[in-house]
Design a protein. Structure first.
Length: 487
């Protein structure tokens, strides 16, 4: 019986190519858009951070109220960090990160890698687990040791397990590799190598220094509000210790996950709602098309019912036909999503650790399959129930030259009206979706990116250990760039 249904469905698809093309196109657009946005929302907003007890992790920043009343956030100075670490009572750990870049020399030519200098307890606070070897600990504070990222391990050492314990030249300092960190645990994201530093030894230790990202892990059963009160107390103490740099500054405690997604979460959720509305509209339009097809097939349906065909068989055939349309539409939609997801991912400026919104994972594929199956039932079964509920003589008595009944005319008029209403709603939804997408892309930078080249330049902390040395390096570099014709 299934083969009979399949043969009949293929014949109908060949006879109604335009209808099938319209239906599968609407489904592909709806499922493709829904899957694309859900993939990014799932990866960046819905999933927790890939660390144990991620709800305990927080991000701490210095704050200053601007002239317009808006609170601005800043990185923390080394001197302020030391006070925050030593005087806090609501935290198990308060650790710091200083972004850097290192020249890595192993066997061949030196390569520049994206790096981070972290306080010794950084990885213990995250409770991260290495791929190989171990991670940095408090005992490494005075040793020249480092941890490689998994990507750097593969690119520069061919995933050689013997790299653990090997000494390499890192920023002109002989450094021993003690372990490898999985890329999905990298913090900051895309960091390739980590080594320890002591904020107490940083030259610009006074309150005017900056550049430290600070994370903390809350003590057991400590609420975010309690941690904020603790940092408010410390901010008051900082104003006493360093009044010149902290007279109007505070400290904000924020959930670590929220610190990554706060600028895009609202727009992404609204974008997801918009595409789901678009999906509902697409399904309604498909149902409208199939209802019109019911009108065209009325005599055939009535004849089959009059000859004794069970209504259940008609419903099963319609459902199987809908599943076929849905399968084609879902496949095309996933193909569209595979192309669109990396592009939408490129719009995001900040992505949490562990998130990979540039690829379709099994959760997203399962959601797309459920969505496709649901739409098959929604748009195929409804019109089939309408057709099967008709009395056979209502169609047979009308014949080829007959006229539609009053109820059927009302159904046709209602279908046309529904199409118009949904068309208007589709325009409104598309406008809202475009607005949310523009929110994600941000404001115009005020310059043209044509013929622009982006460089990542880092000053090795071994060669340029202080703020003055690094400032002189970057100032001299910018002057050399300005002297190049056309730059």
């Amino acid at each position: 019986m299934v083969m009979d249904f399949l043969r009949r469905s293929v014949r109908r698809a060949a006879a109604e190519r335009g209808l099938y093309l319209s239906v599968t196109t609407l489904l592909a657009l709806g499922i493709g858009a829904s899957t694309t946005v859900f993939s990014v929302v799932d990866a960046t907003v819905l999933r927790p951070l890939p660390f144990p007890e991620p709800e305990e992790l927080v991000f701490l920043t210095a704050t200053l109220e601007g002239s317009d009343g808006e609170i601005q956030n800043f990185l923390v100075s080394p001197a302020n960090y030391v006070v925050m670490r030593d005087r806090s009572t609501a935290f198990r750990a308060v650790e710091a990160i200083r972004a850097s870049a290192f020249d890595l020399l192993a066997d061949g030519e030196p390569v520049q890698v994206s790096g981070a200098e972290v306080t010794p307890g950084f990885f213990e606070a995250l409770r991260a687990t290495p791929v190989a070897g171990r991670l940095l600990t408090e005992t490494d504070v005075d040793d020249a040791v480092a941890v490689l990222g998994e990507g750097a391990w593969a690119r520069h050492f061919g995933r050689d397990p013997g790299v653990v314990g090997r000494t390499v030249d890192l920023g002109s300092v002989p450094t021993r590799i003690v372990g490898v960190l999985p890329d999905h645990l990298a913090l900051p994201r895309e960091t390739e190598v980590w080594r320890t530093f002591r904020p107490e030894d940083v030259r610009e230790r006074d309150q005017h220094g900056g550049g430290l990202q600070v994370i903390g892990r809350l003590a057991s059963d400590v609420a975010l509000s309690t941690a904020q009160a603790d940092m408010d107390r410390i901010a008051g103490r900082l104003r006493e210790l360093y009044p010149r740099g902290n007279s109007e500054r505070g400290i904000e405690v924020q959930d670590l996950k929220d610190s990554f997604v706060e600028d895009t979460e609202g727009a992404l959720r609204a974008l997801l709602a918009s595409v789901l509305i678009f999906m509902a509209i697409a399904c309604a339009n498909v149902s409208g098309l199939l209802l019109l097809r019911v009108r065209r097939r009325a005599s055939d349906t009535a004849l089959r019912l009059a000859l004794g065909a069970p209504r259940s068989r008609l419903l099963a055939g319609a459902l199987l036909e809908g599943v076929g349309m849905s399968a084609v539409g879902t496949g095309a939609g996933l193909a569209l999503a595979a192309v669109a997801v990396p592009r939408l991912h490129g719009v995001l400026t900040v992505v949490p650790p562990g998130a990979d919104p540039s690829a379709l994972d099994p959760r997203v594929l399962a959601a797309a399959a459920i969505l496709g199956a649901g739409t098959a039932v929604a748009f195929a079964l409804g019109p089939a129930l309408v057709a099967a509920a008709q009395a056979p003589d209502a169609f047979l008595g009308r014949g080829r030259g007959g006229t539609a009944s009053r109820g059927q005319r009302r159904l046709q008029q209602a279908t046309v009206g529904l199409q118009v209403a949904l068309g208007v709603l589709l325009v409104v939804t598309a406008t809202a979706t475009l607005g949310r997408f523009l929110d994600l892309t941000g404001t115009r930078p005020g310059y043209s990116g044509t013929d622009a080249v982006v460089l990542r330049v880092g000053a090795s902390s071994a060669r340029y250990p202080g703020f003055a040395e690094r400032s002189a390096f970057f100032f001299g570099l910018s002057e050399r760039f300005r002297s190049i014709p056309g730059v």
